[in-house]
Design a protein around this ligand. Structure first.
Ligand code: GNR
Ligand code: NI
Length: 172
């Protein structure tokens, strides 16, 4: 398995709407495994294909606690079918926006439909951290980032900071 480089702000691939996966084949399973290895290495609880530069509707997740057994999840073409009535606020981070945390209110439960790694249609009911992470990852597939939940002023300040960082020779 290969640890892939994680794309960070302001790379335009993070803003594209990803296209559906058409074939769940060996190459796609290998990509999913590389994404899982990348996510565990980071470490993170989720990773969407655009974050490794691939504009396809594929995400991996593992919201198990440190002490628990691993619970790797591969969601291909995920569709959120239902969002529950209750909301919760969670301080979210994103591997593509290092050192930024944003408090986001989202529905605390959901149902998601997806293809699994065998190309079989599945439905999953999620709550808590997993439900939060699924919404965060599906946002990535639609080009939406956690900074989009901030005011324009705060968002622009963060984007400007990341734009500066990638200029060679910039030392502030
Ligand atoms: O590792 C991650 N932690 C996290 C915490 C709260 C809400 C969402 C997340 S997902 C994030 C990894 C990431 O950037 N996935 O796209
Ligand atoms: Ni993210």
């Amino acid at each position: 398995m290969t640890i892939l480089p994680i794309i960070t702000l302001p790379d335009p691939v993070l803003r594209k709407k990803a296209i559906p996966v058409e074939q769940v084949d060996e190459a796609l399973r290998r990509l999913a495994d590389d994404m899982l290895a990348t996510m565990y290495d980071a470490p993170g609880i989720g990773l969407a294909a655009p974050q490794v530069g691939i504009s396809r509707r594929l995400v991996v997740l593992d919201a198990a606690g440190d002490e628990e057994a691993k619970q790797p999840l591969v969601l291909i073409n995920p569709e959120i079918l239902k969002l529950g009535p209750e909301k919760r606020v969670y301080e979210e981070g994103c591997l593509s926006i290092p050192d930024v945390k944003v408090e986001i209110e989202r529905p605390s439960t959901l149902t998601v439909r997806f293809l699994d790694r065998d190309g079989k249609r599945q439905e999953l009911a999620a709550e808590g951290l997993l439900a939060t992470a699924i919404q965060h990852e599906v946002d990535h597939l639609d080009g939406r980032l956690i900074i989009d939940f901030l005011s324009r002023l705060k968002r622009d300040i963060i984007v400007r900071r990341f734009r500066k960082q990638i200029k060679p020779g910039n030392s502030d």
